[in-house]
Design a protein. Structure first.
Length: 206
């Protein structure tokens, strides 16, 4: 079996976790060994970096520092988990990947799409996702959902303006790569969203 790499993207609170669980069941039924990862995180080192990135006390963090920390967490995750899994024919579903950096750091923080790709090329090597689902949600709705669930982290505490740039940035990025990135309206009922994800994966698997 050839490995498959699927990523789930979208603004904070767009419901990625729920859909990942459903997709995991589907791919398992199809006979895949499924690995689920999340970014930033997914290895001991990457989770430690996550603790630094999302710490609410580090409000002075420079955008370049932020971009490099996300890329470092990613490099370790690719080296330790994603790369070996894909190479041994497994299915990897990642909650966020390089598109998050392109949108949050490249577009919303203004560091530039090309700069973010160039820094991240060291981290991701040849492991670009086969299929990416963008759960598209208005910024206000995402933050409202998050606030009801937990204490907000450093990124979630950013202004509404920032989160609007994130939502808009994702749409822009998806338009640049319509073959890989499938946009789904995250305000739809859970099962309807899942139906679209399933058919997107089926389409890729042929
Ligand atoms: P997380 O708790 O995983 O958010 P969510 O549950 O919404 O997925 O926190 C990750 C935060 O980091 C989220 O606000 C998005 C942001 N982020 C970036 O800014 N750049 C990145 O490269 C990644 C992976 C995440």
């Amino acid at each position: 079996m050839k490995g498959i790499f699927i990523t789930m993207e979208g603004p904070d609170g767009s419901g990625k976790t729920t859909q990942i669980k459903k997709l995991e069941e589907y791919l398992t039924e199809k006979g895949y060994d499924v690995i689920i990862t999340r970014e930033p995180g997914g290895t001991k080192i990457s989770e430690a970096i996550r603790g630094v990135i999302l710490n609410r006390d580090f409000s002075e963090m420079d955008p370049v520092t932020e971009m490099l920390l996300y890329a470092s967490a990613r490099a370790q995750l690719v080296a330790e988990v994603i790369g070996p899994a894909i190479e041994s024919g497994k299915a990897v579903i990642s909650d966020r990947f390089v598109d998050s950096s392109v949108v949050y750091q490249g577009i919303a923080r203004g560091l530039g799409i090309e700069n973010v790709y160039s820094v991240n090329s060291h981290a991701i090597r040849e492991f670009m996702p086969d299929v990416t689902f963008l759960l598209d949600l208005p910024a206000e709705e995402g933050i409202k959902r998050k606030k009801n669930q937990k204490e907000l982290d450093r990124m979630e505490l950013e202004s509404l303006e920032f989160h609007k740039n994130v939502a808009e940035g994702y749409r822009k990025l998806a338009a640049l790569d319509t073959k890989r990135i499938k946009v789904i309206d995250a305000t739809l009922p859970i099962d309807e969203i899942y139906g679209m994800i399933k058919s997107g994966v089926e389409q890729f698997l042929g």
